[in-house]
Every structure is written in structure tokens, then in C-alpha cells.
Design a binder for this molecule. Structure first.
Ligand code: GDP
Ligand code: ZN
Length: 315
């Protein structure tokens, strides 16, 4: 009972607030419509960066017009400045969207308009193919270009060199861009900056590979705590932490949150997984059975392709 009452009061309050927003919109107290981008959001409020006009680059706290579907960091919007708060009046079409399932299994957008998923691995902890594939599949399924970044090149030695170089060769042969950097030695960072320039990127990867260190090197002054961040997120608050958009001083943007860094571990539908392995694309749909699971079925084009590749490698 008490619970319902609280909810009623909440929705009453929300209604009053919405009619305030609508009054503001009708009352002509707001500035002209202009383009902006969501930098961060907090429930029914968002921080919008002005993309034009005399306040370009400045950030404004805004309410959202009632009829707007959920906005996320990275969304481009039309907004109007107000005396205290601005109002977002429309959203623009998304180029891409990262989605994750909520507790009820419904996919919800987390961030929009990302161009690049930088899959960060390191010489140590030793990277495993199955985890990298998971990241690649998740990126492909989201329609966002993945880039492989191999950090801690300074730790290459005679024990791990062959394994790491073989891995780099394999993913390069499939057609992926692979970058080799050392954050501590600042090797390869210029090449990385060139790739980030002009695009919106996210960094994903298992903990300990150096994501915070890299981001700190690229975003001086922001100070995402090295090591400590992953400690804090293990305490279970990470799913509610909002994603935030940062500008790299040398060009390009970063969208980051502890939740986004775990991106590949989100749910992907089984049918879509095979589509994420782009090297199998030429063979999809060629199996004898339309519902082939590529396991025990005869005349499976996928298993055949693997056999053919094995015999090519043997020759
Ligand atoms: P995250 O969990 O992915 O954010 O990784 P952190 O940035 O917290 O880094 C994990 C550890 O790796 C820290 O002790 C860093 O100092 C170290 N580290 C980061 N980059 C490099 C690198 O290029 N070389 C070496 N040797 N260590 C690094
Ligand atoms: Zn098959």
C-alpha cells in the first residue's frame, strides 16, 4: 500500500513537472531550437553540449519533453535554452547504438553514435582467443567497427612473443585493424590518437589490461583511477553508473562507463553469434539444412570451410 502511494505521488510530481515543461515550451520563455549532444544523463535530466551558436562547447542541464523516447549519452538532439534549465525537444536519428539487457531481459540503449569499439588486450594478462572473439562478435552484431589494441608491448619476451605475434597475424589476416602500444613507454600512442581523431570510441576489455592507464594518458586531467576503478565497480553499483562523453584534446571523443567496459559480456542471441564471425560470412546460408547448427549435420558449409582451411595450413 505504502509503496503504491509513493508511486502515485511520484507520478503526480512527474506530471506537474511535465506540465511545467510544456508551459515553458508554449510560453515562449525558451531560446531558439539548436543542435546539441547528450554528454551524460541523470534520470529525467540530461547534460547537453551546445554544438552551435555563441555557447558552443558549453554544457547545459536540460529536461526532456514528455513524448521523447529514452535518450542516452552520445545522442544528438534539438534543444532550447531556458532561464534555469533547457529543454530537449527532439532527437536525431542514431548512427549506432549499444544496447544491454536490463533485469527483465529487455534490451535498453546505453550509448549512441559510437564509431569504434577499441578492444583492449595486453601482453599480460595473457589474452585468450575466445574472449577476443566474444568482443569481436559483440562489436559486429552492434554494427560498430572494432579495433584491436594490444597494450603492454614493453612486456614482450621470449616466452610470450610467438603467441602474441601469432594472434596479431591471425586477426590482421581476417581484416581487423590491430594496434600495438605500450602506455608506460608511450609507444604507439600517436597512431592510436590518429585512429581516435574525428570519431566516437569506447574502450572495452578485461580488467588489468590498462584501459584506465591508456585513457588517462589520452585525457590528461580527467583522472580515471588506475586499478581503483575496477575495485569500486566490483561492489555492484556499476550498472547504474551513467556513461559520459569526453573530448580527447587531440581530437575525437570517448564514451566511458564501467558498464560499457564490460560490453562483450552482455547477452547476444545465439542466431546472431555466427554473423559476428565475419570470416564465415561467405559460407553462411550454404549449409544443406536451413536450420543447421553447424554441429553434427551433414553437408555443413561452415564445418567444410574449417576443414578446407586446415588442409591449406598443412600444405
Ligand atoms: P584496467 O583495469 O584495464 O583499467 O587497467 P589499469 O589501467 O588499471 O592497469 C592495470 C595495470 O597495468 C596497472 O598496474 C598499470 O600500471 C599497468 N599498465 C598499464 N599499461 C601498461 C603498459 O603499457 N606496460 C606495463 N608494463 N604495464 C602497464
Ligand atoms: Zn552448418
Amino acid at each position: 500500500m505504502a509503496h503504491t502511494k509513493i508511486q502515485d505521488e511520484r507520478s503526480e510530481r512527474a506530471k506537474r513537472k511535465n506540465s511545467n515543461i510544456d508551459q515553458q515550451l508554449e510560453g515562449g520563455e525558451l531560446g531558439p531550437e539548436q543542435h546539441g549532444q547528450i554528454i551524460s544523463h541523470f534520470g529525467r535530466q540530461v547534460d547537453v553540449e551546445a554544438l552551435e551558436g555563441e555557447h558552443r562547447g558549453e554544457i547545459f542541464r536540460c529536461h526532456m519533453r514528455t513524448n521523447l523516447s529514452s535518450l542516452v549519452t552520445g545522442d544528438r538532439v534539438i534543444w532550447r535554452a531556458g532561464a534555469e534549465h533547457g529543454v530537449v525537444v527532439a532527437t536525431e536519428e542514431r548512427q549506432s547504438v549499444l544496447q544491454r539487457p536490463n533485469n527483465h531481459g529487455e534490451l535498453k540503449p546505453v550509448a549512441a553514435n559510437i564509431d569504434h569499439i577499441v578492444i583492449t588486450i595486453a601482453v599480460e594478462p595473457m589474452p585468450h582467443y575466445n574472449l577476443i572473439d566474444r568482443y569481436l562478435v559483440a562489436a559486429e552484431v552492434s554494427g560498430i567497427e572494432p579495433v584491436l589494441l594490444v597494450n603492454k608491448q614493453d612486456l614482450l619476451n621470449d616466452d610470450n612473443r610467438e603467441y602474441i605475434e601469432g594472434m596479431i597475424r591471425l586477426y590482421t589476416d581476417i581484416g581487423y585493424k590491430v594496434l600495438q602500444v605500450s602506455t608506460t613507454r608511450e609507444d604507439g600512442l600517436d597512431e592510436l590518437k590518429a585512429i581516435l581523431n574525428g570519431r566516437i570510441s569506447v574502450f572495452v576489455g578485461q580488467s588489468g589490461v590498462g584501459k584506465s592507464s591508456l585513457i588517462n594518458a589520452l585525457l590528461p586531467g580527467v583522472d580515471l583511477k588506475v586499478g581503483a576503478l575496477s575495485e569500486a565497480t566490483r561492489k555492484g553499483t556499476h550498472t547504474t553508473t551513467t556513461a559520459r562523453l569526453f573530448h580527447f584534446p587531440d581530437g575525437g571523443d570517448l564514451i566511458d562507463s564501467p558498464g560499457i567496459r564490460e560490453f562483450a559480456l552482455w547477452h547476444i542471441e545465439k542466431d546472431r553469434i555466427i554473423e559476428g564471425f565475419t570470416e564465415f560470412a561467405p559460407f553462411l546460408g550454404l549449409c544443406k539444412f536451413r536450420d543447421c547448427q553447424h554441429e553434427q549435420e551433414p553437408h555443413c558449409a561452415i564445418k567444410q570451410a574449417i576443414e578446407d582451411q586446415k588442409s591449406v595450413l598443412k600444405e
